[in-house]
Design a binder for this molecule. Structure first.
Ligand code: PMV
Length: 343
């Protein structure tokens, strides 16, 4: 069932964790990891289980090497967990701190321990650049390192999902598919990488605003599933887009790839616009940039965009079009997903 209420969701996060973790931990002094952020080409929008972040559909993403979270975790002797973000201490009364420590809480066993967590983010937090995805993925992998759980990436993907749905996809580089699964406990709901590479593929980030989003993706998804008539069409659209995208990646068919990704993002935003109260993450500058991009396309330059729960756009194009696109959009942050180092 799509978008079920937590009161009807039978299994808890703690029960999932108990199924996957060893009965005792053997902590080292420090655990560390890097996770790249990921941009969905076929979006995850709507849950079939809100407690476990089980999605209504599968999704497909591309990782952005060099953009993400470096996370270090250490056992601490303080009375409570301490967190720093880019060198600054995070106050315990912030939602950022609460989200993080609620996640940590899932892994605390009878033996009490506290953690000191240091996060270095190379992207703005909560501005639709998937900071929660790389944040929870890096934290999960750092905990796996600290406590020497030695879990396979598939299990870590399941655990990261409990922090934030899209975090399930942030454990790999390149193209990653997250399977919606069918099981109530979500044990078949994990991501895995596709083997295909596309060396000339570029992603350009057009930052329009770095302000924190006005509505979390969690709230926005709930509202969309509950109130949007258009949402009924969404699962079928995703299924078609996913098949089409995988075929386009396989065949190196950039036109189908770009068209499908852009159409998928626009359809997701259409479901939000048709929610009540309506949800619109675009700013006037977002729409102006879309128009400018469509004009470029009319001139024969193959460039497409995708947009997440924020006003920023991510352009998709091939290396050969870079000079012309850069001329129109001089402030694009251009990433080569298959040529750059991950961390
Ligand atoms: O994982 P969340 O709750 O941050 O939701 C992510 C939602 C989108 O970024 C809009 C789509 C996606 O698949 O990443």
């Amino acid at each position: 069932m799509i978008g079920s209420d937590s009161k009807h969701d039978t299994m808890t996060k703690a029960q999932v964790v108990a199924q996957l973790l060893p009965s005792t931990y053997a902590p080292k002094e420090t655990g560390a990891s890097f996770a790249p952020t990921n941009i969905a080409l076929c979006k995850y929008w709507g849950k079939r289980n809100t407690e476990l972040n089980l999605p209504a559909t599968s999704s497909l993403s591309i990782a952005l090497p060099g953009k993400g979270a470096f996370t270090k975790v250490m056992l601490s002797t303080q009375a409570e967990d301490t967190v720093t973000l880019n060198g600054l201490s995070i106050a315990t009364n912030t939602s950022f701190y609460r989200r993080l420590t609620q996640f940590i809480e899932l892994f605390r066993k009878k033996v009490m321990w506290r953690l000191h967590i240091e996060i270095q983010m190379t992207i703005p937090v909560a501005a639709g650049l998937a900071s929660s995805a790389c944040g929870f993925a890096a934290l999960t992998m750092a905990l796996n390192d600290l406590f020497q759980w030695q879990l396979p990436l598939r299990d870590l993907s399941i655990l990261a999902r409990l922090g934030s749905g899209s975090a399930a996809r942030s454990l790999w580089s390149g193209f990653v598919e997250w399977h919606q699964g069918e099981r109530e406990d979500g044990m078949d709901c994990y991501a895995e990488p596709l083997s295909m590479q596309w060396p000339s593929l570029c992603v350009g980030i057009l930052t329009i605003s770095q302000k924190e989003k006005f509505l979390s993706s969690r709230e926005a998804m709930l509202r969309t599933v509950k109130t949007s008539d258009l949402y009924r069409c969404w699962p079928d659209k995703v299924q078609r887009d996913l098949t089409q995208l995988k075929r386009a990646i396989h065949e190196g068919d950039f036109t189908t790839f770009g068209m499908t990704a852009e159409s998928n993002a626009l359809a997701m935003h259409a479901t939000m616009l048709s929610s009540w109260p309506p949800i619109c993450y675009a700013l006037p500058e977002t729409l102006a940039a879309m128009q400018q991009l469509w004009e470029l396309r009319q001139q024969g330059i193959e460039v497409y965009f995708t947009q997440d729960a924020g006003p920023n756009l991510k352009f998709l194009f091939l290396e050969e079009s870079k000079p012309l696109i850069n001329k129109q959009f001089s402030n694009l942050d251009i990433i080569y997903p298959f040529k750059q180092r991950v961390g």
